[in-house]
Write a protein that binds this ligand. Structure first.
Ligand SMILES: NC(=O)c1ccc[n+]([C@@H]2O[C@H](COP(=O)([O-])OP(=O)(O)OC[C@H]3O[C@@H](n4cnc5c(N)ncnc54)[C@H](OP(=O)(O)O)[C@@H]3O)[C@@H](O)[C@H]2O)c1
Length: 387
């Protein structure tokens, strides 16, 4: 304490002014966030008080002030970056609501008070009927296979007729498919085409058709892409390529649509347990297509057991996937309502470590890492086996 009071008056004044500035910046950010504190911010707040105590009692002077500043910075960063807009009067179109993220998002946004236009691959399926039961009258169920221009146009006419003067606030391009995992050389061309058809062309057409409604509201376009766009994963060639096309498209649209006041955000989830991973029946159907359509000598070099082994690889990597879809739902909520949404959101496991290793470590290390984490138990192609 004695040291603290023996600091020169000028230095004390400087510390006080700097801490008032830091506290002011924090207070401003709190105000922007309507003074709501989450777990992260509460932890940082605790850290802040701890650092302040350290500064005043245990380490007065310059080093204490440094602790205090770092704590301020941590808290400042942990607070959401901007105020949330009101939900009232906002309508959102979501594609692919039969299951997974889309299904959960419909429930969430409906509970928040949005008018939700939910597109289904099958409007008479269980997903649509369950949502009709548990959601409010503000939910509109649409038959919308995004590979069908007619269904997209019909959905557009319906949405347009139901909107209020504010237009459509958001489009969440969520519908997507994943083929069975297999080497890119073996995947049939029809798999590549189908992936592009749904994951790219479908998304593009939905935005093209609905964009005038979004322009009116100066709203949000959100697309759900994948971590495989930023990091290559074995077995995902067709899926990754189609998602990468969508990502590049969305990035370009961000630039072009900004002049209309429309904001674009990409959601880049890690692995989540949803129906995207083919059922056993669907998997067997796709594997049959591979073995029937690839030339016999190529199948021979890989070996039937190698091809079937991909299912075990997928099953074991699924055990590491998260079941908590709210991480994705909350990020989409933020992208829809934050005054200043992020350009990209990375919910889920592995979304930091995989890109870090891919971008900042040598490629051989990345390969070894991927083998040890995701390809445990993968057989060698039969032609490469040493007996
Ligand atoms: N789960 C993950 O780990 C993960 C990771 C990264 C990105 N994603 C992406 O997240 C999005 C949502 O996937 P999810 O994980 O929630 O899987 P999901 O449960 O399979 O959801 C995808 C939805 O899209 C629908 N769909 C498929 N083809 C369609 C079409 N032609 N038109 C309209 N809807 C169609 C599916 O309908 P059916 O159920 O009837 O087939 C399903 O409801 C996808 O774009 C996916 O690529 C998922």
């Amino acid at each position: 304490m004695a040291d603290y009071f023996s600091e020169t008056g000028l230095l004390n004044l400087l510390y006080t002014a700097a801490s008032i500035l830091l506290a002011g910046a924090l207070f401003y950010r709190w105000l922007q966030n309507d003074l709501k504190l989450g777990l992260k911010s509460s932890t940082s707040l605790f850290l802040l008080f701890f650092a302040e105590l350290l500064w005043i009692i245990a380490i007065p002077g310059y080093s204490g002030f440094l602790f205090f500043s770092i704590a301020c910075l941590a808290l400042y960063n942990s607070l959401p970056h901007c105020r949330m807009l009101p939900v009232e009067g906002k309508a959102v179109l979501i594609t692919g609501c039969d299951s997974g993220f889309g299904y959960e998002l419909v429930k969430h946004l409906d509970a928040q008070g949005f008018t939700v236009f939910a597109g289904f691959l099958n409007e008479s399926g269980t997903g649509a009927s369950e949502l009709k039961k548990c959601c409010s009258n503000n939910l509109h169920v649409l038959q919308m296979d995004i590979t069908s221009s007619e269904q997209i146009e019909k959905a557009y006419q319906y949405v347009k007729s139901k909107l209020n003067a504010k237009g459509l606030w958001g489009i969440v391009s969520n519908a997507g498919i994943l083929h069975c995992l297999c080497d890119g050389e073996l995947l049939p061309m029809s798999t590549y085409r189908q992936a592009m058809e749904v994951n790219f062309f479908g998304g593009v057409e939905v935005l093209k058709v609905f964009c005038p409604l979004l322009r009116k509201s100066k709203g949000r376009y959100i697309t759900v892409i994948s971590l495989t766009v930023h990091v290559p994963f074995r077995g995902y060639a067709a899926y990754s390529a189609s998602k990468a096309a969508m990502y590049t498209y969305a990035e370009t649209m961000r630039l072009e649509l900004s002049k209309w006041g429309i904001k674009v955000a990409a959601i880049v989830p890690g692995g989540f347990k949803t129906n995207i991973f083919a059922s056993d029946e669907e998997w067997n159907r796709q594997i049959k297509k591979i073995t029937e359509n690839v030339r016999p000598d190529v199948v021979g070099e890989y070996g039937q057991d190698y091809i079937f082994n991909w299912k075990d690889i997928m099953d074991s990597s699924m055990t590491t996937c998260s079941s908590d879809l709210s991480l994705v739902v909350n990020d989409i909520h933020h992208a829809l309502l934050a005054e200043k949404p992020s350009h990209e959101y990375f919910p889920g496991k592995g979304t930091v470590i995989f890109p870090f290793i891919y971008h900042y470590c040598p490629r051989w290390f990345f390969s070894v890492f991927m083998d040890s984490v995701l390809s445990k138990g993968q057989l060698l192609p039969s032609a490469n086996r040493k007996y």
